[in-house]
Design a protein around this ligand. Structure first.
Ligand code: GLN
Length: 556
């Protein structure tokens, strides 16, 4: 039905971390479920060209897309909620905008003009927003999330650009949604609307009148309170939406829908479209809330106190939990603690172990020890990227007897570099965007756990790494029983390894977590959680048999 794309601009006020990304994703999902074609885009106000070079402490996870771009973790939410595959154009940073404008200036394209934030930077921002109409094949609506908080110096050019778009495109083609916080003051026993009023005033000072407010709060906001906000902010009461805290992010669109959020947007744009089909989504949320069983999976990594660094992995477990009707409790174990206290002490209780991706040597020995523990005890294991590389090192050391096996990433002068630099990486000196990045095909061996999971011979998965299994060690690893169950089509790169003598031991060089969706869990996560449920059931059966036996003994 697209004539011309409409624009929904999502801004945030009062504090950061209000979940603008989830809000923008939820709007996307609701409109998509009403039959509209949606596109999400995130503008980040920092000067880095992309988050690829940023430390996880600064930025959380880097979400890699099929085209190899390294993007903000909100793009993970967009893809998980709407399942619309995105590309580099869906995440724009101030760094990219300035890069473009400055190169153009150097080429002399501005013909002697003084190059300024307004109009040159703002024009470039608008061009990038409008360009999506063509790139994303004419979506009905482009949902533009502006990173940061209203009032920040950094985000001002973006706000100015969307203000201009509001003028140029007209009120029937643009809508401004502002996410705010309504805090509850325990001492006063009241909710406070003042921060929201101030935040909206700040927006209006730059010429943006919000059409809708998504008011975050810990407890429900009364009708009276919403009326008060409506009065002060000139937003109809109906459009003062209460975005109350929920136990799972997947409940957000359902709560929005119950308050008529998608109706309001459709009316605003004059769309006459059916009500959304939410049955499968609601069923998924129900299963998250009421799981039949509970299991514990250990995650052993470097940034265990920084959950944002593992966002997609955490979500993949939620999705895989739904498929197995199980709640997956994640036990975060620092790999350095394992080195100090030993694997047994920290992992005795788990039903499965996941080692995620990572960079740098810190904690690697602890990871290798943890892998040995679960391999020998036949506890399900899933290694991702660095986790797979550690599994290969462990296998080389403890099964093949190469005590000095290690990765070339950590030591250059190695006797057995079982993980080595890819040939095309030698001589690469720049760090930004120079790894093996993005989607690559992989051929899966028929008799393997991977094939059981995917049911496909050819798959496509996303990568972000510099090192690979060293082909010089392939033969020996295979001779000692390791199954190389996934290969690049030209057979040059090992993508998946398995221990066929183990109930579920799989390591993958790619990042499956980037492709898991709530109603379409990733096959490997699904099967890994399934194997961990089986392990848990056997463990419980064995313990109750032990108890019965001891009762029998005490009776006799
Ligand atoms: N550091 C390893 C490499 O570059 C693994 C990367 C990762 O886990 N994403 O190959």
């Amino acid at each position: 039905m697209a004539e011309k794309s409409k624009y929904v601009f999502v801004t945030g006020g009062v504090v950061s971390s209000l979940g603008k990304g989830i809000a923008a994703s939820s709007l996307g999902l609701l409109l998509q479920k009403r039959g509209l074609k949606v596109c999400n885009v995130k503008f980040d106000p920092y000067l880095n060209v992309d988050p690829g070079t940023m430390n996880p402490f600064q930025h959380g996870e880097v979400f890699v897309l099929d085209d190899g771009s390294e993007t903000d973790l909100d793009l993970g939410h967009y893809e998980r909620f709407t399942d619309v595959p995105m590309g580099k154009e869906n995440n724009v940073t101030t760094g990219q905008i300035y890069n473009t404008v400055i190169s153009r200036e150097r080429r002399g394209d501005y013909l002697g003009a003084t190059v300024q934030v307004i109009p040159h930077i703002t024009n470039e921002i608008k061009t990038r927003i409008k360009k999506l109409e063509r790139i994303m094949d004419e979506p009905d609506v482009i949902i533009v999330e502006i990173g940061g908080t209203v009032g920040d110096i950094e985000s001002q050019p973006f706000l100015e650009a969307i203000r201009q778009m509001g003028q140029e495109e007209g009120p029937r083609n643009t809508m401004f949604v502002h996410v705010t916080l309504v805090p509850y003051l325990g001492t006063a026993g009241e909710f406070k609307t003042k921060p929201t009023q101030h935040s909206v005033r700040e927006l209006r000072a730059i010429g943006i009148q919000p059409n809708m407010l998504l008011c975050r709060s810990a407890k429900p906001l009364s009708e009276d309170l919403r009326k008060k906000i409506s009065l002060f902010c000139s937003v109809p009461t109906r459009s003062v939406v209460n975005a109350q805290d929920v136990s799972t992010i997947y409940d957000v669109p359902i709560k929005y829908h119950a308050q008529g959020v998608d109706d309001i947007i459709c009316e605003h744009f004059g769309w006459q479209v059916p009500q959304p089909e939410l049955a499968d989504w609601e069923q998924m949320v129900e299963r998250i809330k009421n799981p039949r069983q509970h299991i514990k999976i250990g995650i052993c990594g470097k940034y265990v106190n920084l959950r944002d660094a593992y966002k997609s992995i955490i979500e993949s477990f939620v999705h895989a939990g739904v498929a197995n009707d199980a709640e997956v409790k994640l036990i975060w174990v620092s790999s350095e603690d394992i080195k100090q206290s030993g694997a047994e002490k920290l992992l005795y209780d788990i039903d499965g172990l996941l080692i995620p991706g990572g960079f740098g040597e810190r904690g690697v020995e602890g990871k290798i020890e943890a892998i040995r523990y679960v391999r020998e005890r036949k506890i399900p294991f899933f290694g991702i990227c660095l986790g797979m590389q550690c599994a290969v090192i462990e296998y080389a050391r403890n099964v093949c007897g190469l005590a000095e096996a290690h990765s070339y990433e950590f030591y250059r002068d190695l006797k057995h570099p079982v993980i080595h630099l890819m040939a095309d990486q030698e001589g690469v000196t720049e760090l930004g965007g120079t790894m093996r990045l993005g989607a690559y095909p992989c051929i899966v061996a028929e008799k393997s756990k991977s094939y059981e999971a995917y049911g496909l011979r050819q798959i496509s998965e996303r990568h972000r790494h510099r090192y690979e299994l060293n082909n010089a060690y392939r033969e020996m690893l295979v001779k000692e029983g390791l199954l190389l169950s996934g290969m690049s089509p030209d057979n040059r790169l090992v993508e998946i390894v398995e221990d066929p003598g183990h109930p579920w031991f799989v390591g993958v060089q790619f990042h499956p977590e980037l492709k898991s969706r709530p109603t379409k869990p990733h096959p490997l996560f699904r099967e890994f959680v399934g194997a961990s449920v089986t392990y848990n059931e056997k463990k419980k059966a064995a313990t109750s048999a032990d108890v019965e036996e001891s009762i029998d003994i005490s009776r006799s």
